[in-house]
Design a protein around this ligand. Structure first.
Ligand code: SF4
Length: 243
């Protein structure tokens, strides 16, 4: 029996990146290998996870963790798959559960629901375990924080992701440094300058402030000097009061 711990499950509107506005089922997993200063997500494994069966009701049912993967599929089928663009597997960092996901995701693929992976882009070996099962990869490039620097691992991850549809998301704050932005830009340009790159102004949290309007415009121009497809998109689900 293969089990997975879950944080929460809900049906909502994708608020980030190029698929903004699409309807997705969100399956959020606990735990993360990073500690981003702007993180707004609980990453501990809860004793129970919650599911909003009736979307938008903010009324939740709770189930014990971890859950058997066949029971998880049944639970997800509370939603009408035909309404949804895809299943977003998110976190935390979902690739920490790649071994279990390699057994779970084929059950979803059988139901013809595409798989959309939201990842921090730092676990390339884990990605390989489930890459064949993924349809779309939303990969972060993390600008350095503290002692943590991720350029090499991001490059490896991005090269592996090219086997699938992939776009890159870079969260920027008013304290983001041009030197780091340049490294991120040049990393992407060195792999494929036409890769879609999203600059995502941080949603104000933990003392992290969103960039000033002029900073965002300058940084987009700076990225466009070497990349062909650079968009600035904030977290729109926050404006809409969506989960
Ligand atoms: S990668 Fe995501 S979940 Fe992990 S600490 Fe950073 S923002 Fe939080």
């Amino acid at each position: 029996m293969i089990k997975l711990p879950v944080t929460e499950i809900f049906s909502s509107i994708q608020g980030e990146g190029p698929y903004v506005g699409t309807r997705q089922i969100f399956l959020r997993f606990p735990r993360c290998n990073l500690k981003c200063p702007y993180c707004d997500t609980e990453t501990i494994v809860p004793k129970q996870f919650r599911i909003e069966i009736n979307p938008g009701s903010r009324s939740f049912r709770e189930f014990e963790n971890p859950i058997d993967i066949f029971e998880l599929v049944e639970l997800l089928q509370s939603y009408d798959f035909s309404l949804h663009h895809s299943l977003s597997i998110t976190g935390g960092e979902p690739l920490l559960w790649a071994d279990e996901l390699s057994s779970f995701l084929p059950l979803i693929k059988k139901k013809n629901l595409p798989i959309y992976l939201e990842t921090n882009g730092t676990l390339p070996s884990q990605l390989l375990k489930i890459l064949s099962l993924i349809d779309i990869i939303s990969m972060d490039i993390k600008l350095p924080f503290g002692e943590e620097i991720f350029w090499d691992v991001h490059e490896d991850f991005l090269r592996k992701s090219l086997a699938k549809e992939v776009f890159i998301k870079i969260v920027v704050t008013e304290k983001s440094k041009l030197d780091d932005l340049q490294k991120a830009r040049d990393l992407i340009a060195g792999i494929n300058p036409s890769l879609l790159t999203i600059l995502q102004p941080v949603t104000k949290v933990n003392g992290c402030e969103s960039p000033k309007p002029g900073q965002l415009l300058d940084w987009q121009r700076f990225f466009l000097e070497k990349l062909m497809n650079v968009r600035v998109i904030p977290q729109t689900h926050v404006f809409m009061g969506q989960l």
